[in-house]
Design a protein around this ligand. Structure first.
Ligand code: AQP
Length: 333
């Protein structure tokens, strides 16, 4: 079956190993399958749901495009574009927010996590973020959305919004209900400092994540300092319960080497962490360093990156403009 793929990454800086293993690595595989039509979006409208410095944002938008390219997404095969350059996203988000229920949004755990204790001070944009995400996906009749495990709930909401719109406007199948593409294993990479916390761009500690722009020494140092427990490496996957850090590091190793967790456990069973960490740092350097070098090279050519975005935005704009016109007609505008 031909798949229409849509996914996005926020240009909020510090793209990390979690973004790579949970999302971008899958984007590359999907881009390489000629049966797929892929659209990868730099979701800058999402980025401003939390405060951004305008100059930093501009830099981060280019860095996100550079990361897509450096990771292996081919702009000749896939559309790479910038969300704010296609105004249909904002228009569709407003219309869809008028069919979405407050009760649905109140259940979103990401808002609760990101808004923290003082919800009253969070932006309205942060609260309605999942509706904009639904607009992004639905404008392109996307059939599949590759995301990390943390986005599962937003995808379910997107499906509900599509069905509600179709019902409200008596237009069965008009908005295509998308399927999530979430890898069964290693779809949630955890912080190197706390195996119970998601690896995240906004973690104040740089030691909590491997950035995709880290160099050899940074990667080696971060793995050396990664939190572990005093026990030797596990003998079987049963030994991993209550050992979140060991599970996370073994998961990272397995994902990077394309091995099963079981195989990785057998490779290191009974050894001490220092030996495992040395090998983990080696495979990470092998994987991440070429990407990091390519990102830095591409960032020296901002015109090239801007041209990719302009070309992608023109292509995406043609699809999205047609869809938003149809949406407006259905609504009665
Ligand atoms: N730790 C993670 N493990 C697996 N997948 C992850 N993703 C993010 N973190 C992990 C996936 O990366 C894609 C792009 O994410 P995003 O940039 O749009 O937003 P995010 O999920 O909010 O990223 P962060 O790092 O967690 O940012 P902050 O610190 O701002 O909260 C998505 O597919 C996501 O699932």
């Amino acid at each position: 079956m031909n798949k229409k793929i849509f996914s996005g990454v926020q240009p909020t800086g510090n793209l990390h190993l979690g973004n790579y293993l949970g999302a971008i690595k899958n984007f590359v595989e999907l881009n390489n399958d000629k049966n797929n039509k892929c659209i990868f979006c730099v979701v800058d409208l999402h980025a401003i749901t939390t405060k951004q410095d305008p100059l930093e944002l501009k830099k981060n938008i280019r860095e996100t495009v550079a990361t897509f390219l450096a990771s292996g997404i081919d702009p000749k095969k896939s559309i790479i574009f910038n969300q704010s350059m296609v105004s249909a996203h904002s228009e569709a988000a407003w219309i869809l927010s008028c069919v979405s229920k407050i009760g649905w949004l109140n259940r979103m755990t990401q808002f609760k996590e990101k808004a923290g204790k003082d919800k009253e001070k969070a932006s309205i944009g942060l609260y309605s973020y999942p509706v904009l995400m639904a607009a992004d996906i639905l404008l392109y009749d996307s059939s599949h959305v590759p995301v990390g495990d943390d986005q599962k709930q937003h995808l379910e909401l997107c499906r509900d919004i599509a069905q509600k719109f179709n019902n409200d406007f008596n237009a069965p199948q008009f908005l295509k209900v998308p399927e999530p593409l979430i890898k069964k294993e290693f779809s949630r990479i955890m912080s190197l400092k706390d195996g119970l916390k998601k690896m995240s761009k906004s973690d104040p500690s740089d030691l909590s994540r491997i950035n995709l722009t880290d160099d050899n020494d940074q990667i080696v140092n971060k793995i050396k300092k990664a939190k572990t427990d005093p026990m030797p490496m596990p003998e079987s996957s049963k030994d991993l319960s209550k050992r979140p850090e060991a599970e996370n590091l073994l998961g990272i190793y397995s994902s990077v080497t394309n091995n099963t967790l079981e195989k990785s456990i057998i490779e290191f069973q009974g050894k001490n962490f220092s030996e495992f960490k040395e090998r983990l740092a080696e495979v990470l350097v092998e994987k991440i360093l070429p990407i990091s070098k390519e990102i830095k090279k591409l960032l020296n050519d901002s015109k090239y990156l801007d041209d990719i975005m302009l070309d992608g935005s023109n292509k995406a704009g043609i699809i999205a403009t047609k869809k938003i016109k149809e949406i407006k007609l259905l609504v009665g505008f």
